[in-house]
Design a protein around this ligand. Structure first.
Ligand code: NAP
Length: 265
């Protein structure tokens, strides 16, 4: 029988709650220690010092502060008596996060000397938020990006139903700017444009609903993603604009040529 893993989950929103609900289905394999303000869970970061894995699942802006707190707990445990390095707080813990951008958080972990930190990002979600919206199947079939490999973490990701993808933080942030963050910006911009510029709201059909679905998601998380990855989003926006101009020209020229050909027959 495999040894039970002690898992810390910090922040029980859509992502953290879904991790908790899925792993709770296998309580003989996973002991869960959750830190949550809204769900009244009694644990603190200090209580997670002897876990195997900690998932930081809060809003992106809260994670650097939590990493700093963990670094302080480690440093304090080193000062308290002659504790061997291997017995210090978090010495055997893999710390990972779920935030949607990776560069800022990973460089903060690096600056703090947190060698056991593995940046992560589950490519799963809904437009809802909070513990009530979380469900155990959220990660089923989804990709889960990690910057480095680790056996125990990979075991838990597989348990959650997700598939591992290895990607460094810089490449990750450039990639999600195109696949996730620019689509969000465009969705918000389109909704704003429709409100302010469209001469008739009654022309909104299913295409408009699909294109603006992202704009109706978790506004705070959206603002954080756009803010933290804005340089990459701006780069992809320049290329996107060129692509739109090229498409308009190609379609325009093709249609003109077709009309000219029909007229000459
Ligand atoms: P969420 O449902 O809004 O939950 C966020 C949780 O963060 C809250 O439930 C709360 O947990 C905690 N929190 C909020 N304010 C805090 C504060 N000031 N200090 C400490 N904790 C605070 O958001 P989510 O969708 O689960 O997203 C969580 C993380 O996953 C984010 O970093 C996001 O970028 C990332 N992510 C989201 C998605 C998505 O589609 N939603 C997909 C992939 C990754 P407690 O009330 O339990 O303390």
């Amino acid at each position: 029988m495999t040894q039970q893993l002690k898992i810390g989950i910090v922040g029980l929103g859509l992502i953290g709650g879904s991790i908790e609900k899925r792993l709770a289905l296998k309580s003989e394999q996973y002991e869960l220690l959750c830190v949550s303000r809204s769900q009244g869970k009694e644990y603190s970061l200090e209580d997670l010092a002897s876990t195997d894995i900690v998932f930081l699942c809060g809003e992106q802006s809260t994670i650097p502060g939590q990493l700093e707190e963990i670094a302080q707990i480690i440093s304090k445990s080193g000062q308290e008596g002659s504790v061997d390095a291997s017995e210090r707080a978090f010495a055997k813990t893999i710390i990972t996060d779920c935030a949607s951008t990776k560069e800022l958080i990973s460089s903060r972990a690096h600056e703090l000397g947190l060698e056991n930190f593995i940046p992560g990002h589950p490519m799963a979600g809904t437009e809802k938020q909070g513990y009530e919206a979380s469900f155990p199947e959220l990660f089923e079939g989804a990709k889960w990006i990690l910057a480095n490999r680790n056996d125990k973490l990979e075991q838990v990701i597989a348990e959650l139903g997700a598939q591992l993808v290895l990607l460094d933080p810089e490449t990750h942030d450039r990639a999600v700017a195109v696949t996730s963050h620019l689509p969000l910006v465009l969705s918000i911009a389109l909704a704003n444009l429709s409100n302010s510029y469209s001469p008739s709201q009654s022309t909104r059909g299913p295409g408009y609903a699909s294109m603006t679905r992202l704009a109706g998601g978790n506004a705070k998380l959206g603002r954080e993603m756009i803010s933290l990855n804005r340089a990459n989003i701006k780069d992809s926006w320049q290329v996107f604009k060129d692509e739109v101009d090229a498409l308009l020209n190609i379609y325009g020229e093709e249609l003109e040529a077709e009309i000219a050909m029909t007229a000459s027959q």
